[in-house]
Design a protein. Structure first.
Length: 434
């Protein structure tokens, strides 16, 4: 009987001639909700108006009427996760997916999707890709604004129009599959009272296009590299690699990223998008960023602690929130610069080869100091801890010599080849014998 009262309230409020203004052009949900007491609820006018010309057609559903004037309406789930817009039921009229409170019971918010990529939505923590909150049927109100004083209780059968999208204990609800892009599950057409079950149970089957998905980025722990002098280089710097995982859902791929590194004084010293957000294109589809002080992105110093943050763009155009990574610290000073010369570098067996150690170590001020220790490996099995050793090779061959210079931070190496030629043949003149 109560459902009959509600239906009677909206007789004459035909969908296709309603004067309610909706923003269907920006609404991204397609599909239907089936209610056991009220039949179909459409989530978007494009369900039966595929080309959006305000004249119904079969759209994506062969059951749609054709050739009838329609209005633009729909339900939208933006990257914020907070629903907006209206659905339509031929039996109970408009359904508001962003009704204001106060709400009948927890949760105290309107329809909301818990995107894993976000932390700011009111339903955050309810469950990844889970829908919760409230929608409301406008038929309980006497005006077209779907708000204000309700109709007399006798007209609305005691129902206040609330539609609960998830049970408090998880006994029912709607979830979203980000791969398939499909909503599924059940909602309850009443608050928590079975006596208000005007709508009753309703099954949800809707779709969100991938372009609407928010993207998510998860920073990984920063990794320090080899602090030794690059081969042939003249710069000694603390190389740090910043990495992350990207999750776009629905087939989205990462199209760009922006990383900022901030020093302990609060100044941004590295920005991977030096010209500003949205300009990250070349090489910005990777999943790691190597801080190179010779690049245009900025540099970091020794003996400092830094914080960093990242945001990413998906191929759909969505951009994540800024997400902070773990702080990292750089070494207190430069690592050793191992270097040596040898003379001669091409000689005969059993000849002395003199090695001159040119290695440099550093202190916090950046000044040169003596290294803590040295280890020579002459390539023939022999070693030495001398600063400037002399070594004798007894057999021909090419020997790779390595010098390891060590200080309080670590060890760096330098290498060079020594060539030992075969010995010259010995000969002696012997007079002929007659």
């Amino acid at each position: 009987m109560l459902s009959v009262i509600i239906v009677a309230l909206i007789v004459g409020s035909v969908l296709f001639f309603s004067d309610k203004i909706m923003a269907g052009a920006s609404d991204n949900i397609r599909g239907w909700i089936w209610g056991e007491n009220i039949g179909w609820i459409s989530s978007n006018s494009l369900n039966c108006d595929f080309d959006g010309n305000r004249i119904t057609d079969t759209g994506n559903y062969s059951e749609c009427p054709t050739g009838t004037a329609s209005v633009d309406y729909g339900v939208n789930v933006p990257a914020s996760g907070i629903f907006s817009g209206y659905g339509w039921s031929e039996n109970i009229g408009w359904i508001n997916f962003a009704p204001g409170g106060p709400y009948p019971s927890a949760p105290n918010y309107s329809a909301c999707l818990d995107w894993p990529a976000l932390t700011s939505e009111p339903c955050n923590g309810f469950g990844n890709y889970a829908v919760s909150g409230w929608a409301r049927a406008c038929a309980v109100f006497p005006n077209s604004s779907c708000s204000g004083a309700m109709r007399p209780d006798a007209e609305r059968g005691g129902w206040d129009g609330w539609i609960k999208l998830a049970g408090n204990s998880g006994s029912y609800g709607v979830s979203f599959d980000p791969v398939a892009g499909i909503f599924s599950g059940w909602v309850w057409g009443g608050d928590d009272s079975s006596g208000e079950a005007i709508i009753g149970w309703s099954e949800v089957n809707g779709v969100i296009p991938p372009a609407s998905y928010p993207v998510q980025v998860t920073p990984l722990p920063p990794e320090g590299g080899n602090y030794c002098n690059p081969s042939g280089g003249s710069k000694y710097y603390p190389p740090i690699t910043l990495s992350w995982n990207f999750d776009g859902g629905g087939g989205n791929t990462q199209s760009a990223y922006q990383i900022q590194v901030i020093n302990s004084g609060g100044a941004t010293v590295v920005d991977s998008c030096p010209s500003g957000a949205g300009t990250c294109t070349l090489g910005h589809s990777s999943a790691n960023f190597y801080i190179d002080p010779l690049s245009r992105y900025g540099s970091i110093d020794f003996n400092n602690t830094y914080s960093w943050r990242i945001r990413v763009w998906g191929s759909s155009g969505s951009v994540s929130d800024w997400v902070n990574g773990a702080n990292f610290s750089t070494a207190s000073h430069r690592w050793p610069n191992a270097s040596f010369t040898a003379s001669p570098t091409n000689t005969l067996p059993n000849r002395d080869v003199v090695f001159t150690n040119n290695s440099t170590c550093y202190n916090i001020a950046g000044s040169s100091v003596a290294c803590g220790s040295y280890l020579w490996n002459f390539g023939d099995g022999a070693t030495s801890n001398a600063t400037n050793p002399v070594h004798l090779y007894t057999a021909k061959g090419v020997y790779n010599v390595q010098l390891n210079a060590t200080d309080g931070l670590g060890t760096c190496s330098a290498n060079a080849n020594i060539t030992i030629r075969p010995p010259l043949p010995s000969w002696q003149e012997v007079p002929p014998t007659f």
